[in-house]
Design a protein around this ligand. Structure first.
Ligand code: CTP
Length: 399
């Protein structure tokens, strides 16, 4: 719900991708944003302003001389207190105009008048997009801190294939969210997050794993990304969808995770170890499928490396390490012992016995433990848990 009470301006110019913006407007409105849609005359050929009015619940502006309220200059009025202005799709023509400060219709006039963060999502024929004139215009926009959302490569409406396809409404939403959802209090920080369950193979068919869904780790990674951090997300097994704008590395087993984390932790300002790591792995890997026989089967297990303890012992004073602790009894005592033993700055303790907490759920009830004390949190969504935890981490590392 990062768009609640935000005032969002969406400019639509005349490209076939205009129809895709309807679902973006609908989603933003449903999340409680005040969405104002501004359309060029050509955009109105592709999709009706009535569609946008119906989905946004706001008058759709298409003409600079149209005044909804007496004595207000609408092209200035609509931009006041705006949190974000996105032009999508942005045609080559509109990009050229706004790059030069031309303001000859409602869209270009409001874009020039708005002093909020601005973004454009180019969508056009691939030869128009790659033309140096368009590229120079986009560079000019970047120079003015107008974010350009790169188009995708794909099949274009004109029949050509290449760069010029507007990203999906979901991708536009994610880019907008990244731009305005949080203050960038982790800008310049490199954060390493691990998530998911490790898998310890016995043979090419079978493995030992656990119930971790990866959702908590993904929520932590997303929260750090929204705050401007460079996030490296190492994911073990998970079926959840990883957040956008994070570098993703994969590590299946505890051993692979150890090698990857050991390498990456050296250059991280913050390490958040949310992965559920196996403490034991089969002592021997059999390289063919083990056939069943009469009687019982015993599998010998050996200890894995405690990754956090290993990197914790090498932690530099300016680094901040956060672990997770899953317990079914003596939550605070056992988790505090892990905090000390692994030389951590924070450990997030969750009890498997609390309703709505733990594996696979979308909610969690955690206790934040630091050397200075214990903070018990209410049951919250995993996103809210991540926000609360990262608030504390940001406060601590920013002094
Ligand atoms: N962890 C790790 N390496 C391991 C096991 C755990 O880095 N081999 C990390 C986890 O990612 C987590 C923290 O240590 O951040 C605590 O994990 P948890 O499973 O709660 O505790 P353990 O240390 O494994 O102890 P126990 O299983 O006895 O509770």
């Amino acid at each position: 719900m990062n768009f609640k009470d935000k005032k969002i301006l969406i400019g639509i110019s005349g490209g076939i991708a205009a129809y895709k913006i309807a679902s973006l407007v609908s989603r933003l409105s449903q999340e409680g944003a005040e969405v104002h849609v501004i359309m060029t005359e050509h955009a109105c050929e592709f999709i009706s302003p009535l569609t946008m009015e119906t989905l946004s619940g706001q008058k759709c502006c298409t003409d600079t001389f149209d005044r909804s309220r007496p004595f207000e200059v609408e092209h200035i009025e609509v931009t006041k207190d705006a949190d974000l202005y996105l032009i999508a799709p942005a045609t080559a023509n509109v990009i050229a105009k706004v790059a030069c400060g031309i303001a000859d219709d409602m869209l270009t006039t409001t874009f020039l008048a708005a002093d909020c963060p601005k973004m454009v999502a180019p969508a056009m024929n691939t030869r128009m997009y790659s033309n140096q004139i368009t590229q120079d215009n986009l560079d000019r926009l970047r120079k003015y801190e107008i974010e350009v959302i790169d188009p995708m490569v794909g099949h274009l409406a004109c029949g050509d294939t290449g760069a010029g396809k507007m990203p999906s409404p979901e991708d536009l939403y994610a880019a907008m969210e990244r731009r305005i959802a949080r203050k960038k209090d982790l800008a310049g920080k490199r954060v390493l997050v691990t998530a998911g369950a490790t898998c310890e193979s016995m043979d090419p068919v079978r493995f030992i794993t656990n119930h971790s869904s990866g959702k908590m780790g993904f929520a932590m990674a997303k929260e750090c990304m929204l705050r401007g951090a460079e996030v490296i997300l190492v994911k073990a097994a998970t079926t959840a969808t990883p957040p956008q704008f994070c570098q993703i590395a994969e590590a299946k087993s505890a051993e692979e995770l150890f090698k990857t984390v050991k390498r990456l932790a050296v250059n991280a300002d913050v390490v958040i170890m949310a992965a559920a790591v196996a403490d034991y792995t089969p002592a021997e890997y059999v390289d063919h499928k083990v056939k069943k026989k009469d009687g019982e089967l015993s599998v010998e297990l050996k200890r894995t490396v405690d990754i956090l303890a290993h990197i914790g012992a090498r932690k530099r004073p300016e680094q901040f390490f956060c672990g997770f602790s899953m317990e079914t009894e003596n939550l605070i005592e056992n988790s505090t012992a892990k905090l000390q033993k692994k030389n951590l700055d924070m450990i997030i303790a969750n009890s498997l016995v609390d309703a709505g907490s733990g594996f696979q759920t979308d909610t969690n009830k955690v206790t934040i433990i630091r050397p200075e004390g214990v903070e018990r949190c209410e049951l919250m969504s995993k996103e809210m848990v991540a926000k609360t935890v990262i608030d504390r981490i940001a406060d601590e590392i920013n002094g």
